[in-house]
Design a protein around this ligand. Sequence first.
Ligand SMILES: [Zn+2]
Ligand SMILES: [Zn+2]
Length: 271
Amino acid sequence: MTVSFWICATCAVEHSEQVEVCAICADERQWVPADGQHWTTLEELAGTEVTIAEVEPGLYGIRSKPPVGIGQQSMLLTTDAGNLLWDPIGYVDDDAVRRVREHGDVVAIIASHPHMYGVQVEWSHRLGDVPVYVSEPDKEWVARQDPVIQTWSGTLTPLPGVTVLQPGGHFPGSAVVHWQNGAEGKGVILSGDTIFANPDRTSVSFMRSYPNRIPLSGAVVDRVARSLDPYNFDRLYNNFGASIPVDAKTVVRRSADRHAAWTRGDYDHLT
Ligand SMILES: [Zn+2]
Ligand SMILES: [Zn+2]
């Protein structure tokens, strides 16, 4: 059997070649297993279950069981004009493609940042070579080049009522999606981990690295929060199935202020 590409077993990002170590995992924001780099393939992963479940009307979460790599929840955002596949998982098979297509045509595939590239080019090929949009500042992290990849900067409108913007922070090109019609018309943000919904459901975090706990400055976090000022939203979903169900815009602002206060030393008396 000819293997056309390789998947990093730790982050699930597709690679056209087996390099010595995956650059995304060797970076200070991720990690390489103690026993070194492992590679896998779609053939080896065959039998992985793909679940597609409604998150709210028009929005579906896609996961693999067992999780492949980082194990994110991908989002399928559906509209009358076509669908967006966001943060594609690191596994795909014919049955998953068939079930995704049942919800309509995917017209764009976008990852919030390199940790979430998954097998984005493979999803594209199987969905009819739909464009894979990669943030210009992060394009160096793409390990499987392909003509379906298009770079973008600033804002992108892949569908009416759907705007993708690049607040940066976690990665220079870290992106979020604003979906105008989400949350019963109050607006939704798909935040990847540009803005991370915390388990308390009333606060979010902003980090350079989540697994290795590397902070961002208060100024950067303020910039990330301000980038959302022009957009109305009430709910926010991160890339692992967690959400801020209501009042998300206030939560983002309040959490950014808290982050800035802690990094400034306002709460040092509590430590
Ligand atoms: Zn990796
Ligand atoms: Zn990340």
